[in-house]
Design a binder for this molecule. Structure first.
Ligand code: PRX
Length: 642
């Protein structure tokens, strides 16, 4: 890592830096950009406009670089090749014969180069899009960095997605090559990933190659014309591979996230700005220090995995820990045992995981040491004050920095968060904006909301980590983020500022629901339910859930309710249907089979009422006079009462 020229020493220094990042972004980011190694240094820093007529976002535009070189090679050239880049912790605990292992930067480079040469051998070229459908194994990182090395664009699809969801993403990118494994382990489950890819490709009209890496070594179906066993070619490949010189604004990756229409959006990030931002936030938000062991528990298939398992820490020459398994296998101390096993200093996780572990009782935490922990981060969903306190008191023994970080796929890296080491944390709050982030909280007319009043969270100006577009759909990018509030980026979240100036996130204000930190589009789940031949229509809403934060409640109208003899079985069939269509994260927690949905006279479903009922059937429902079918409500209340 370029040594920490910008290191903060005092609160005043921090304030000065933040002010500069807002008042003179060219100067601030011009300096910050030097943390990367550029092939051709940039002379231009910022060229951005949020004006709908002239929307453009370009950072470090005339500079050239390679992301893989920054994440791997330069640390070796700096003499740190023997430092550990990746610690891989297997799903299984076996003290005598532990299959977990560590990978140095020297080894990482060889593995990545071999992977890159394999991709080249299969015909992958600069600008091609490669789909990666992989579990939490080091090969996933090799595959991503191999793409970056040769200038290909990766599209990592979360391995919990169904065959149909995977197929949609392959079709959207027209990706000709899919990288996967024979299977994966998650706790006591073995997941046959290859068969999901096979099913996805049955629905996908493009010709594909499937590169299969080994993990479970269980028997699998094989299509000799299409499938390639990674080891069978990689063993012939050189462990050296030239880097491709990329422009700062060349795409680095596409990552799909839920959109309000239900069709996933391919959020596109480019090379220079993203990498500067991922690396800088990793260092400053977490107060990363050389030699720290950094563990981000997010899956690599989400943006948190991209920025804080791979690009942020590796660009900073850090040691990043990848855990294959689940937090409560083989027991609920697993996370804390891993912290002790490797001396983890910085842990970055999500409220859902904390809620699961908190529920099991403090003993599973307190019977471990956790003495190496210094910074405890959280991301993905609101962390209520009591959970924050538990994280601080029980996990952190009251001596760690707690940082609740707010950001999103579109942001590339942490956008609002306390900076560890600066005593900026407050229970229930995400505190203050990161450098370069200028947030406003506005009412629906775009006027600033007074302190204490909830409003829409918008950002005034561009930051380097910002997504550049929705893949092949600039219109959707414009409409989704820049058309609601003129000249602002709209996050889709609600927030308020308290009397001390701390920002609190209140949750999504659109029809996205945050389930266990996963963005789920209600429209997408409804689309899946409505495609079942027995379903007439449906409405999906969120309700408070003890573990997931928000659960999914589906109100479903069947075409013929009278023919149902076993309601439980029908509901289970519908759940399996959604699982097959959208994957396990989008399966409703509760399904209510109802006769009718509450609607306005013009036929629009009133979700507001369903939301209240799902939360509490005894809720005060307010004025129902606009309903065309008031009777539907009473029947729904009866069903909920059962
Ligand atoms: O609603 C916010 C919530 O997660 C959304 C972004 O989801 P995604 O793009 O999948 O990225 C997740 C990880 C960066 C946001 O719009 N969210 C994220 N962090 C927080 C949060 N809500 C409350 N507090 C947070 N710290």
């Amino acid at each position: 890592m370029k040594k920490q020229e910008n290191k903060i020493y005092t609160q005043e220094h921090y304030q000065e830096m933040y002010n500069l990042s807002i008042t003179d972004p060219n100067k601030f980011w011009g300096e910050a950009g030097k943390r990367l190694s550029w092939i051709k240094p940039y002379t231009k820093v910022k060229d951005t406009s949020f004006d709908l007529e002239d929307l453009h976002i370009k950072w470090f535009e005339d500079g050239t670089l390679n992301a893989c070189y920054n994440a791997v090679d330069r640390h070796i050239e700096d003499g740190h090749g023997d430092n550990i880049a990746i610690i891989w912790e297997s799903n299984f605990v076996n003290e005598e014969n532990d299959e977990s292992y560590k990978i140095t930067y020297n080894e990482l480079k060889k593995n990545v180069c071999r992977f890159a040469n394999t991709l080249k051998d299969l015909g992958v070229r600069r600008g091609d899009i490669v789909t990666i459908y992989m579990p939490m194994v080091p090969e996933t990182v090799y595959a991503m960095l191999a793409c970056a090395r040769i200038g290909a664009i990766h599209s990592v699809v979360f391995s919990g997605f169904s065959a149909e969801s995977l197929s949609k993403r392959i079709v959207d990118t027209n990706s000709k090559i899919i990288i996967t494994t024979d299977g994966s382990y998650r706790g006591d489950k073995v997941i046959d990933l290859k068969s999901i890819v096979d099913k996805a490709l049955e629905m996908t009209p493009v010709t594909n190659k499937v590169l299969v890496c080994g993990r479970t070594n269980k028997p699998m179906s094989w299509n000799g014309e299409r499938d390639i066993w990674y080891n069978s070619i990689a063993k012939y490949m050189s462990d050296e591979c030239e880097i491709e010189e990329m422009h700062a604004e060349d795409p680095l990756f596409i990552l799909y996230t839920s959109g309000s229409t239900g069709t996933p959006k391919g959020i596109m990030h480019t090379t220079g700005g993203y990498l500067v931002y991922a690396s800088m936030t990793h260092e400053y938000a977490f107060d990363y220090k050389e030699g720290d062991i950094f563990w981000c528990t997010a899956d690599i298939g989400w943006i948190t995995g991209h920025s804080y398992l791979v690009y942020g820490p590796l660009t900073n020459g850090a040691t990043t820990l990848i855990f294959e398994g689940v937090p409560n296998y083989p027991c609920c101390s697993r996370v804390w045992n891993i912290c002790d096993k490797y001396g983890v200093n910085i842990l970055y996780t999500a409220p859902t995981l904390l809620r699961i572990l908190k529920k099991e009782g403090d003993f599973f935490v307190t019977n471990t040491s956790r003495s190496s922990l210094r910074v405890l981060g959280s991301v993905g969903e609101p962390m209520q004050a009591d959970l924050w306190q538990w994280y601080n008191d029980v996990v952190g023994n009251n001596r760690c920095d707690i940082i609740d970080t707010w950001w999103q796929t579109e942001g590339g890296g942490i956008m609002i968060s306390p900076l560890a080491g600066f005593k900026q944390s407050k229970a229930g709050s995400v505190s203050f904006p990161f450098f370069g982030i200028n947030p406003y909280i506005v009412d629906n007319d775009g006027k600033p909301a007074p302190n204490g009043t909830e409003g829409n969270l918008v950002i005034k100006d561009s930051w380097p980590g910002q997504a550049r577009t929705v893949y092949k759909n600039l219109e959707r990018f414009k409409n989704g983020y820049f058309s609601t509030f003129k000249n602002f980026f709209f996050s889709g979240d609600g927030a308020y500022t308290d009397q001390d100036g701390y920002i609190h996130i209140t949750g999504r204000v659109d029809d996205i629901i945050n389930v266990s930190g996963h963005r789920v589009s209600t429209a997408g789940v409804e689309f899946a339910l409505n495609s079942n031949p027995n379903v007439a229509e449906s409405a999906v809403v969120g309700f408070p859930h003890e573990i997931k934060g928000t659960g999914l409640g589906a109100f479903v109208v069947m075409k013929s309710i009278d023919s149902i003899t076993d309601f439980k079985a029908t509901k289970n069939e519908l759940k399996s249907w959604v699982r097959k269509k959208n994957g396990p994260t989008e399966v409703p927690d509760v399904i209510y089979i109802v006769e009718d949905l509450p609607k306005t006279r013009s036929g629009k479903i009133i979700r507001r009422i369903l939301r209240k009922l799902a939360e509490d059937p005894k809720s005060e429902l307010g004025d129902l006079s606009t309903l065309s079918n008031q009777d539907s409500i009473h029947k729904i209340i009866d069903i909920l009462a059962q």
